[in-house]
Design a protein around this ligand. Sequence first.
Ligand SMILES: *Cc1c(COP(=O)(O)O)cnc(C)c1O
Length: 282
Amino acid sequence: MGARPRFLDVSAESWTLDPDVLESQLRAAARRGRLPRAVVPVDLYGQSCDLDAILALCGRWGVPVLCDSAEALGALYRGRPVGKGAALAAFSFNGNKIITAGGGGALVSDDAALIERARHLANQAKEVAPHYQHETTGYSYGLSSVLAAVGLAQITALQARVAARRQVFARYAAGLSGLPGLSLMPEPEWGHATRWLSVVQLDPRRFGATPEMARRALDSANIESRPVWKPLHMQPAFRGIRCHGAGLSNQLFERGLCLPSGAMSAEEQDRVIAVLRSCCRG
Ligand SMILES: *Cc1c(COP(=O)(O)O)cnc(C)c1O
């Protein structure tokens, strides 16, 4: 869209956008007379950002909030569905998400006019005319009816899937408890995360192994795990754009490990737990 991103760091309590960093950045941007056109918090690994705090700050400076809730369908924030209250929130139905249509996603809003506008642009901006009139250029972003049917058939299972993911997380939490230098992704009191992925942090000095060593050990046991998302400011595509804040996202990348988190039996989880325990030299 020709926008220039500015990356802001996350908070330790939720691993999502840090409202304190946002506040100082908005304040500085207002002083420069260059407020952002939008703020896009990400609801990471199935956990809502601190949306009310973000909305209050952005509201003070009149900046719209668009939630990237792609990973968090089914999560709650202060009892309401994730993303609700933002100008727009986007969900993904990609193959790895909690509900999948094989691809595509959904945009939600309380603002019917915004949704109307998005629908228009997503459908090649066709005006109502037999000759296909275009007042502006659009996109072909519509979810096909076939894919929509595949996704819709799973929606009734959403609550059960969230419960299952949380169960997987709880089993990891119990099985990995007491390991020095290992901590699990926190869940702030304002949110009910889906635990789309169960993520741990390993402090190599206390745990006695790096996340990469643990990943390789799991791999040797034919168990797939992944590092935490590489922060965008560390991606070559955004070379030269720094991240504002204390650098927690760098640390999460260096110390994080995403464990297998899908439909798993207790025995399968026990195998993962046993390998991680065997890595610990702390
Ligand atoms: C999956 C994901 C996306 C992309 O969704 P697609 O449907 O694959 O385009 C965007 N943001 C986050 C945070 C995601 O996890």
